[in-house]
Ligand binder design. Structure first.
Ligand SMILES: [Zn+2]
Ligand SMILES: [Zn+2]
Length: 333
């Protein structure tokens, strides 16, 4: 199915001629109404994709900004002595918006023609049902996790780290907004893991609706933002699904600079032995807490803070090693 971008505005007769609107759900009716309203499928898909990304990204980040502003939540903050300042959050927002407009906007705009060439459904209704989407979403999650694991490790070496990934590691205690705080080249490289899954799936299976891709992108953004939130609540997903990475796993990557390279799952790091320092650190904390049974909460927190400082100092050394230089200044954030 292909469209001429300069064709006359679309009408129900030309686009949905054989569609019985009374059989569609409310969401499906709105979906069709959007394409008819915009009148050009390339613009309709491009605009919807960009808006979806912005609304989900900032919509999911705002609750974390509010949580950071409320001291009550500090009891669940993974690095409680490092609360992002307003200036840091604003600086981060500007960089993220710069990437969104320079890298993601053009990439998103090219998505519709590429998707149609691969036979991906876009304007078509009805939308796929949950049972059809579930296995596709599982494949995208697993593919992205593995792609990210290897690409992220490559970004920790020499010039790739020094010139690209170092920006993302500016914050040794990340916060939600910092999920996409990265060099534009990194946004492109790691974004490939998110987009290549659906593209390859569509190429081979020839059966994918862009609506499923939107559900995937939404879940992936939630995963990335939550992993950078800096909070580990008793009700966080990783306590319910033990192989889910969550904030506790990725926060350690930022604090220690090493270990825990994957995104959604803990499998790759366990399988390839890149979580040994992380697991040893967790064991030491648990053992120290047990040994301090009679101690006050404040004393336990102080012990944990000291251990974190040690890990972070080691991380600064590891970072200098990865860059091939000695640290000139000591990181304060
Ligand atoms: Zn990293
Ligand atoms: Zn990160």
């Amino acid at each position: 199915m292909s469209f001429n971008a300069t064709a006359a505005p679309l009408t129900p007769e030309s686009l949905y001629a054989h569609t019985d609107f009374s059989q569609l759900s409310f969401l499906e009716q709105q979906w069709a109404a959007w394409y008819l309203w915009i009148g050009n499928p390339i613009i309709a898909t491009g605009l919807m994709s960009f808006l979806l990304h912005e609304i989900v990204y900032f919509g999911r980040s705002v609750p974390w900004i509010i949580i950071d502003a409320i001291p009550y939540f500090r009891q669940w903050k993974l690095q409680p002595n490092k609360i992002p300042t307003k200036e840091e959050q604003w600086e981060c927002t500007k960089q993220v918006l710069f990437s969104h407009f320079t890298i993601e906007l053009p990439a998103i705009w090219l998505f519709h023609p590429m998707a149609e060439n691969l036979g991906m459904a876009t304007w078509q209704v009805p939308l796929p049902d949950f049972r059809a989407m579930l296995p596709q979403l599982a494949i995208f999650f697993i593919f992205e996790d593995m792609f990210h694991y290897f690409a992220h490790q490559a970004l920790h070496t020499g010039a790739l780290y020094k010139h690209i990934h170092k920006i993302h590691h500016k914050y040794s205690a990340p916060f939600g907004l910092a999920a996409e705080y990265a060099h534009p080249a990194e946004v492109f490289i790691l974004g490939t893991g998110t987009i290549a899954g659906p593209i390859l799936y569509c190429y081979f299976a020839r059966d994918l609706h862009i609506f499923t891709v939107y559900v995937w992108i939404t879940l992936r953004l939630f995963q990335a933002i939550d992993a950078h939130s800096g909070y580990d609540f008793p009700w966080s997903l990783q306590h319910i699904v033990p192989f889910w990475s969550g904030a506790e796993h990725h926060d350690f990557h930022h604090m220690a600079f090493t270990n825990n390279f994957s995104t959604s799952f803990r499998w790759c790091d366990r399988l390839f032995g890149t979580d040994t320092k992380y697991r040893e650190y967790r064991k030491r904390i648990d053992a120290a807490k047990k040994a301090m049974k009679g101690a006050s909460e404040a004393e336990k927190k102080e012990m944990e803070r000291k251990m974190m400082d040690e890990v972070e100092k080691e991380g600064i050394r590891a970072e200098a090693e990865a860059e091939g230089s000695l640290p000139k200044t000591v990181k304060v954030q």
